[in-house]
Design a binder for this molecule. Structure first.
Ligand SMILES: CC(C)(COP(=O)(O)OP(=O)(O)OC[C@H]1O[C@@H](n2cnc3c(N)ncnc32)[C@H](O)[C@@H]1OP(=O)(O)O)[C@@H](O)C(=O)NCCC(=O)NCCS
Length: 237
């Protein structure tokens, strides 16, 4: 991606979405903006409902999720890409070229403090039980981040609306994330995935990612997968 925020590869990343041979619509891939955050949060909520349910996170959590994506967007705008059909955001991919730097930037931009304030003043509707569960999992994530190679270039989140899955959108979004991480100079890219997430694992394996190890949080196991950027890329339709 270029410094002004346009992904060098994104203008070409448009494709036709066809359903039953009719209703052809263009899918556009572009860098996200702050206006997309509520739609991205809604996609997160539908795509990771089980995890949210596990942490007893309620409906107001969409605000917290939008703020977390907002933190990432302001720290590293090129890392957040959306897929759009018409004016509807139907998928997103979030990646960081340097996870530590992103966290630090979020701190210095005051975003962590603002989120903490909103949390403590009840704006996220999150109770102590949820807070304990989320904090414990975050600590497990940070501990796990040091295992199996502490590579800082990471795809952080990827989701496609259930109604649009299985049509190549996830592959295009993930390919754009990897391309971005290559432009950041990443030599090894690392991600985490649940062992039973067959679609995501299969997608990552098709890009050359291999399982390097695992660690656990309160919901179970996370597999750590890595890939060298020299790995051959599969054809993206
Ligand atoms: C993972 C996800 C983003 C894939 O998006 P998608 O748009 O459906 O994926 P695509 O249509 O581009 O398919 C890409 C590849 O994913 C894999 N895949 C997708 N759906 C699959 C399924 N139901 N079963 C097995 N593999 C599947 C395949 O390898 C596929 O490649 P192929 O079409 O060449 O076989 C989507 O399933 C999703 O949003 N899941 C919920 C959120 C999530 O789990 N995110 C990942 C967190 S680590």
């Amino acid at each position: 991606m270029t410094q002004n925020g346009n992904a060098t590869n994104l203008p070409q990343r448009t494709a036709l979405l066809t359903r039953g041979g009719r209703d052809a619509r263009v899918i556009k891939y572009r860098q996200a903006s702050a206006e997309d955050l509520p739609a991205i949060a809604r996609l997160f909520v539908v795509s990771f409902a089980d995890s949210l349910h596990h942490a007893s996170v309620g409906a107001k959590a969409a605000k917290a999720i939008a703020d977390a994506f907002g933190l990432a967007l302001s720290a590293e705008p090129e890392g957040l890409i959306v897929a759009e059909v018409g004016s509807e955001v139907v998928g997103y991919a979030l990646a960081t070229g340097d996870a530590k730097r992103m966290r630090r930037k979020g701190f210095w931009q005051g975003r962590w403090l603002r989120m903490l304030w909103r949390l403590l003043t009840g704006r996220y509707g999150v109770g102590w039980r949820t807070l304990r569960a989320v904090s414990a999992d975050k600590m497990a994530f940070l501990r796990g981040a040091r295992l199996h190679g502490a590579h800082q270039a990471r795809p952080l989140s990827l989701a496609v609306h259930p109604a649009y899955r299985g049509q190549g959108i996830g592959r295009q979004l993930f390919a754009a994330s990897l391309e971005y991480l290559r432009t950041c100079g990443a030599q090894t890219i690392r991600l985490e995935v649940r062992p039973d997430n067959v679609p995501a694992r299969s997608l990552y394996e098709s890009f050359g990612f291999c399982v390097r190890g695992s660690y656990e949080d309160s919901q179970g196991e996370w597999l750590v997968m890595t890939c060298k950027t020299e790995s051959p890329e599969p054809e993206v339709a």
